[in-house]
Design a protein around this ligand. Structure first.
Ligand code: CDP
Length: 259
């Protein structure tokens, strides 16, 4: 039985330097965000990044149950990453996999440095991520969405966290791996950064690269992260501009019209 249902092309980069989805080495996949999509959560966000469709919800800060888990000087942060059974080609078992447990921890650890945890002693913040469709780089897309969900919940943040995977495909360093590139490529390097401080909160590496390639990959990732960061900020502004214009208060436009 073939391991992949889709045909894996012989070359992942063609003679013109284009990838299988026609991107250049330094191009991100199309990316879009929507903030405040789940009414039952304190904060939420939805991301589409290439073929990834992921929703993140945040509950809290709220009381810790059981109480002995509470920390006297800071909030406890939990993250849960789950893939829907229909999110991948081979139906995923609904039982939590070891990979999901690991990625829950990776996402939690990538976001915690951005949160002013000491502002919320004895409380709990829950971050829940659901992957509806997966297309490579779901941990990074999840971090991008969950970071916006935290901001949407009004939690005090040092910065947003922006994430992308860089990798090596057919011997070339490329930005934002898709599913085939992730599975068939020679290296995968997911990074998450607080862009305002250029501070890394995640750096994982799987595969082979020379030192020079590694440094190129990091720089390429940082360029992509600047674009993602801008889009995240635009998504927050879009939500609050919409709320403000519907709040009955005068918008700048209305004020001008009234003059
Ligand atoms: O998603 P990410 O790259 O952060 O993590 P990964 O473990 O490297 O998974 C790479 C990709 O494999 C995922 O994004 C999915 O597209 C795919 N995958 C799959 O096809 N079946 C699974 N059970 C898990 C992942």
């Amino acid at each position: 039985m073939a391991l992949f249902k889709y045909p894996v092309p012989e070359k992942l980069i063609d003679e013109n330097g284009l990838r299988i989805d026609k991107r250049k080495y330094n191009e991100l996949r199309p990316i879009s965000f929507e903030v405040g999509v789940l009414p039952q959560c304190d904060g939420s966000a939805y991301i589409e990044m290439g073929g990834n469709k992921i929703i993140a919800g945040v509950f809290g800060p709220r009381k810790v149950q059981p109480r002995h888990l509470a920390h006297p000087n800071k909030c406890v942060i939990r993250a849960l990453y789950r893939m829907a059974t229909f999110s991948v080609e081979e139906r995923k078992s609904p039982a939590p996999s070891r990979r999901e447990v690991e990625l829950s921890m990776v996402i939690r650890n990538s976001l915690e440095p951005a949160i002013f945890v000491e502002y919320y002693p004895k409380t709990l913040i829950d971050i829940v991520v659901q992957v509806l469709a997966a297309d490579g780089g779901t941990r990074c897309a999840s971090i991008n969405a969950a970071s916006l969900a935290l901001a949407d919940a009004g939690i005090a943040l040092k910065d947003l966290v922006s994430a992308v995977a860089v990798g090596k495909v057919d011997g070339k360093i490329v930005l934002d791996l898709n599913d085939i590139e992730d599975k068939e490529g020679e290296a995968d390097l997911p990074i998450a950064v607080m862009p305002q401080f250029n501070q890394f909160t995640l750096l994982q590496f799987d595969g082979n690269m020379t030192k020079e390639e590694f440094l190129n990959a990091i720089n390429l990732g940082l360029e992509g992260i600047q674009i993602i960061y801008q889009k995240q900020q635009d998504a927050i502004r879009a939500k609050f501009a919409y709320e403000y214009s519907n709040s009955g208060e005068l918008t700048e436009k209305n004020e001008r019209e009234d003059e």
